[in-house]
Design a protein around this ligand. Structure first.
Ligand SMILES: [Zn+2]
Length: 312
């Protein structure tokens, strides 16, 4: 048993919001362990054997195999995958749960099994990594809310936002993904679809902020790129741990190997990484995509202080 709850730094937000690089940066700080999007461990990890951040296929990664054998008594892999699937069917209640409706938040037996398994997973992972803080970039709002209710965990949420137009541009791009079992490409979506996803996930993040004010920090990806040192310091202060060790120079991150699950293929980049804001979207995005995205996301764009026009 542990004396103090384990700190989990949960990065929440839409897809393509830069969470992989932020988690990578945080993971280089002493005491912090970046585990990537850990909620995928049962399907993309144990199920599909996708490569871990260390480069090994999941089944050959000594770190995760050690963690899984620690919790094997409660979670043989097929049972764990089934528990996750059953849990996921309940995500339809998400908005009501985030609003705090009591009946929607009642823990059902089907959920209990998955939540208990998840609690053990975080504790075993922290023990294997000898970490004080687990950095989890799973991003999903409902999963984030679920883990805030687990005993033995002290979950701090970093809501990472990025300009919806940059996100939509990224979803339109053709990008190879060595993480996929078929060695194929990352999913691509039309602008309207990524804009709706962005709006829904960030709105759910806002609901969670309302519920968890004391454990919530909002960060703009663009601010992190412009001033990584400053943003890492403020996250460190938020979680009560120094988080400044990741930088080797101005806007240069020194990334070492980690055991991150899923995430953007950039997770495989190691060594000195230059942080620069990708502004290609502002020049190359089709006007139709730009305005569709702006129209579908403008209330939150304004809230996050993004100018609505193109010239910024
Ligand atoms: Zn690994």
């Amino acid at each position: 048993m542990i004396d103090t709850p384990l700190k989990v730094l949960y990065i929440l937000g839409s897809g393509r919001n830069g969470s992989t690089v932020l988690a990578d940066a945080l993971g280089t700080a002493p005491g912090m362990e970046n585990v990537g999007e850990i909620h995928w461990i049962w399907d993309r990890g144990a199920g599909e054997n996708r490569p871990c951040g260390c480069g090994e296929p999941f089944a050959d990664c000594v770190f995760w195999q050690g963690v899984l054998s620690d919790i094997a008594a409660v979670a043989p892999q097929p049972a764990a995958e089934r528990a996750k699937v059953r849990y996921a069917t309940l995500e339809g209640l998400a908005p009501l749960r985030l609003l705090g409706r009591r009946w929607a938040n009642r823990i059902r037996p089907r959920q209990r099994e998955y939540l208990e398994l998840t609690r053990r997973l975080y504790l075993a992972t922290a023990q294997a990594a000898e970490a004080e803080v687990i950095v989890d970039s799973s991003k999903r709002p409902v999963y984030g809310q679920a883990i805030t209710r687990l005993e033995d965990l002290d979950v701090h949420i970093v809501h990472l936002v990025r300009d919806a137009r940059a996100v939509a541009f990224s979803w339109r791009r053709k990008k190879r993904n060595p993480d996929r079992p078929d060695g194929g490409y990352m999913a691509r979506y039309p602008a309207w679809k990524s804009a709706v996803g962005w709006a829904v996930w960030n709105a759910m993040g806002e609901l969670l902020r309302w519920r968890r004010k004391d454990r919530f920090l909002q960060v703009r990806y663009e601010d992190f790129i412009r001033d990584p040192q400053g943003v890492l310091e403020s996250i460190g202060e938020f979680i009560g741990l120094e988080a400044t060790a990741a930088l080797s120079g101005v806007q240069e991150l020194m990334l070492s190997s980690n055991h991150s699950i899923s995430g953007n293929p950039s997770k495989f980049e190691k060594g000195a990484i230059k942080l620069r804001e990708d502004r290609e979207w502002a020049a190359s995005m089709e006007a139709k995509d730009f305005w569709t995205t702006t129209l579908l996301t403008w209330p939150l764009l304004l809230r996050y202080r993004y100018p609505l026009g193109k010239g910024h």
